[in-house]
Design a protein. Structure first.
Length: 271
């Protein structure tokens, strides 16, 4: 329908169309509301299960993250003690016989650099995992030397005890980090499913609220448009003017409301 055809549509025809539409809605909406209520009822337990599954997966992530962070904290504290022991042993000559490979790798400096990077940089899980793997390799490189060194130098007992705790906690943090990453991977699809179901039930509830609102308005709307169809667009009972009076006057050859106001204004100026 083009603009001209639309302009030619009579108000009575529009009123009849609106009346028919409201009657159809009044007839159809009860079934629509029942279907939406059934859909909401079916979705609610699915959403509940999805939320609980995601929460459980998140708990696993959080628990392993806490274990990792706790173990790293202990290991970092022991790293400081190890550094202090190294300095003391170096001053007393207890570490004079360090082999060239130990000096070359500079294990403590490397570990401190790695821990500083993990602690102060905004790393993603993969980058942090890469540094943890590098840390493990550094520690493993000197295990054999340390066992031999302890047997030959009792002064290193404190140093080696602290180092043992440090290494144990670094390994524990690595294990916890690995478990955390697996839990993150497991939680991701659960999160996506939860979000999709929440959006689905929100959309269903929006439709249900709208359907109920329309149904509550249908009786009044039908009554209104029945009056308009039968009595026209004036409402003498409620004191409303006929909204089409100006159009009908122009169609009958009379002046428009604009022309009438202009003429009235001219007369007032002459007076």
């Amino acid at each position: 329908m083009d603009v001209q055809q639309l302009m030619e549509v009579k108000p009575e025809m529009l009123a009849e169309g609106l009346l028919a539409r409201w009657k159809a809605l009044e007839e159809q909406l009860p079934n629509v509301i029942r279907n939406l209520e059934a859909e909401e009822e079916a979705l609610a337990p699915k959403v509940k299960r999805a939320v609980e599954a995601h929460a459980t997966a998140n708990d696993v992530v959080a628990n392993n993250k806490q274990k990792r962070n706790t173990a790293q904290k202990i290991a970092r504290e022991k790293l400081v003690e190890v550094r202090q022991s190294v300095d003391t042993l170096s001053k007393t000559g207890g570490m004079v016989n360090l082999d060239p490979e130990w000096k070359k790798m500079k294990l403590l400096e490397e570990l401190e650099n790695i821990e500083s990077t993990i602690e102060t940089s905004a790393l993603d899980h993969r980058e942090e995992g890469r540094l943890i793997s590098k840390r493990r390799k550094l520690i493993e490189q000197n295990e054999k030397w340390l066992k031999e060194r302890r047997a030959s130098n009792p002064e290193m007992s404190k140093y080696l005890d602290s180092r043992k705790i440090m290494v144990s906690n670094f390994k524990a943090s690595e294990t916890a980090h690995s478990r955390m990453m697996k839990a993150v991977e497991k939680a991701q699809p659960l999160y996506e499913k939860m979000v999709a179901l929440k959006e689905e039930i929100r959309d269903t509830r929006r439709q249900l609220d709208r359907a109920k609102e329309l149904y509550s308005q249908s009786s009044d709307a039908i009554a209104l448009w029945e009056v308009k169809v039968s009595s026209g667009f004036g409402d003498e009972v409620n004191g409303f003017d006929d909204l089409l009076i100006d159009m009908n006057r122009v169609l009958s050859g009379g002046a428009s409301s604009f022309a009438m106001r202009k003429g009235k204004k001219g007369k007032e100026e002459e007076e």
